[in-house]
Design a protein around this ligand. Structure first.
Ligand code: SAM
Length: 231
């Protein structure tokens, strides 16, 4: 049974697509999408031997070898140009996902959609998407087993993404998520605020003058997130 987290990722993969799941581990997501007849072909990429073997075994056990290609390699290097319509990268930090995309940029030609699920650092990913002219078309924030996950769906565009004057905050909180402001969103940012305020308290105890700038910028971030939460 697929986790809610990966089900919500699956919900944004186009019907009839060829999809590639990078860092697939057990290849649960590709197996699910094929078994549900949602995609016509899937590629599961893994850089590490253990997870690669897990993916391989899972696909064998489900007898899906003719529908899922399990490949070993770093990031997008396992893809041929124009091979996949949709790429999913889930369960890693936003920084790692961004670096996989950045390194494999040439393989993104022909890719129509990215469905990304960063465990932390979604803001890093939003910045990368904006820089590379991918437009966010949807975001989700969900809670499963006490953990909070964000899902970012981005399509390729010719023109630049229309962020507003609140750009900095939108990159941090997510333009869709801050409009929706669901319960999990409040949960997440109340938790972050709590942590930041503790950091600020620690900083205040220190006399070090070179902290002044960091203190001010943290205070500014706290104020703007707080203001957004009560809007
Ligand atoms: N995507 C699955 C999920 O969301 O449940 C598995 C997440 S698991 C925490 C992260 C996986 O990414 C690991 O199996 C790891 O081996 C793989 N990984 C990390 N860096 C990678 C890279 N550069 N290329 C391919 N796979 C990578």
């Amino acid at each position: 049974n697929l986790s809610l987290r990966l089900k919500r990722v699956a919900a944004h993969v186009h019907r009839e697509a060829v999809m590639a799941d990078i860092g697939s581990d057990h290849a649960y997501l590709p197996c699910y999408l094929i078994l549900e007849h949602q995609v016509v072909y899937a590629i599961a990429g893994e850089v590490n031997e253990g997870p690669y073997q897990s993916a391989h075994n899972e696909v064998q056990a489900a007898n899906l070898q003719n529908k899922i290609s399990v490949r070993k390699g770093d990031g997008l290097e396992i893809l041929s140009p124009n091979e996949a319509d949709v790429i999913t990268i889930c369960g890693m930090g936003g920084q790692l996902i961004s670096s996989i995309l950045e390194k494999g940029k040439t393989k993104l030609q022909g890719v129509k959609r990215l469905v990304l699920q960063p465990n932390v650092g979604a803001d890093t990913l939003r910045k990368w998407l904006k820089k590379e002219n991918w437009i966010l078309v949807h975001e989700e924030i969900i809670k499963e087993d006490g953990k909070i996950y964000e899902i970012l769906v981005a399509d390729r565009v010719e023109k630049e993404q229309p962020y507003t004057e609140k750009e900095e905050l939108e990159l941090l909180l997510g333009p869709f998520l801050m409009k929706e402001k669901n319960e999990v969103f409040f949960d997440k940012w109340k938790g972050e605020l709590h942590q930041w305020e503790n950091i600020l308290k620690q900083m205040e105890l220190s006399e070090s003058p070179d902290l002044a700038e960091r203190k001010a910028s943290l205070q500014k971030r706290i104020d703007s997130v707080k203001e957004e939460l009560i809007r």
